[in-house]
Ligand binder design. Structure first.
Ligand SMILES: [Zn+2]
Length: 363
């Protein structure tokens, strides 16, 4: 009887990590089925930053007429193909993702800059297609590491590829801000990637140039395991007004290990983090994320990304949570820092958008 009880308790606790509809978080208003969500932070007239969540780490960020894209990925593939077979670009899901972007009046050609957090397939597979089909404009700039360059080596044509490693912020050095325009700048900061399951950390290291020499058609089948992580980055995005920082966003493309991903105090002294965009996928397998980072940066708002099961068809109405991630544990870890960063009501600080949702931050 005792053993049956232990097994039942074990299965119950494990079940929180199985994909399920986020009913609990819908009740708590952390998740909703809205396609537009307005969040106000110190509102001044006409100050808006729009972040459209496109699934996984894929974000379209808009300020006035400027559009930037992070981690382009729409092509969900079944887990069996990801682990044992080969994955491929999915035209149906790409079309669905494109329709989300078009719905709010943006075209891929409007995007001036693309940033890649790391080189796993679920952060860049559709970038190969966008370049291969000339869907991005000729002047677009891509900031990523050499592992990403290896993946897209056959598709970089007129587009300008910039090695993100040469812009990475190093303590005691002058930050190399990337000015997207006079009101928008980005800083690349070093980060790390959490293990995927327990202590298992898949697809580490750099991509193999020889393997991707054969990736000449962006729609061909390819092994997901060959998309090695490369270097993992986080980003700080500033919206500037009259030479001062009006709004600051931290964007994390992966749950980080140990204390990697701490933001330099010098940078934080200049201006705090208004919004933290944080991934939840695999956050359970680090002892410090997200609580240590949140305790340090104390953001006004948190946007939770990479939260849905990307091994399923791209269907926002049948959405389920990402596998192997216990959401209750994620929030439990946050509770441990309530003396430093109190959360009275989850929905006051956290939002988990449905793919396609345009989240508007007014500041
Ligand atoms: Zn990854």
């Amino acid at each position: 009887m005792k053993y049956i009880l232990i097994v039942l308790v074990f299965l119950f606790s494990l079940s929180c990590a199985f994909p399920h509809y986020p009913k609990k978080y819908e009740k708590l208003a952390v998740f909703s089925n809205d396609t537009v969500k307005d969040i106000s932070i110190n509102v001044l007239p006409n100050n808006q930053l729009k972040i459209q969540y496109l699934g996984c780490g894929n974000l379209l960020i808009k300020h006035k007429n400027e559009s930037i894209l992070l981690d382009p990925f729409f092509s969900n593939n079944p887990s069996i193909k990801t682990s044992l077979g080969k994955i491929k670009f999915n035209p149906i899901y790409f079309k669905k993702g494109s329709s989300f972007i078009h719905k709010f009046g943006t075209n891929f050609k409007d995007i001036s800059t693309v940033f890649i957090t790391h080189s796993h397939y679920d952060h860049l597979l559709d970038l190969a297609y966008l370049l291969d089909k000339d869907s991005l404009n000729d002047l677009v700039k891509i900031y990523a590491d050499e592992s990403t360059r290896t993946v897209i080596q056959h598709f970089i044509k007129k587009t300008s590829f910039l090695n993100a490693d040469s812009f990475v912020f190093k303590n005691n050095e002058i930050p190399k801000w990337i000015y997207i325009n006079s009101e928008m700048r980005m800083l690349i900061i070093p980060s790390s990637h959490a293990p995927h399951l327990g202590k298992l950390h898949f697809m580490k290291g750099n991509t193999d140039s020889l393997y991707f020499k054969n990736f000449t058609n962006s729609t061909q089948k390819i092994s997901a395991n060959q998309f090695k992580e490369g270097h993992t980055f986080a980003f700080i995005l500033d919206i500037l007004q009259a030479d001062t920082i009006a709004f600051r966003v931290l964007i994390k493309g992966a749950g980080c290990k140990i204390n990697n991903g701490r933001i330099s105090d010098e940078i934080l002294k200049e201006h705090g983090i208004d919004l933290a965009v944080m991934q939840i996928a695999s956050a359970n397998y680090t002892d410090c994320y997200p609580q240590n980072l949140l305790a340090q940066i104390k953001p006004k708002q948190v946007l939770i990304t990479h939260w849905e099961d990307f091994f399923r068809p791209y269907a926002p109405n049948k959405i389920k949570t990402v596998r192997a991630t216990n959401f209750a544990y994620f929030f439990k870890k946050i509770k441990t820092i309530e003396g430093v960063w109190p959360v009275k009501k989850l929905s006051d600080q956290f939002y988990m958008p449905k793919p396609g949702t345009m989240v508007i931050y007014e500041f």
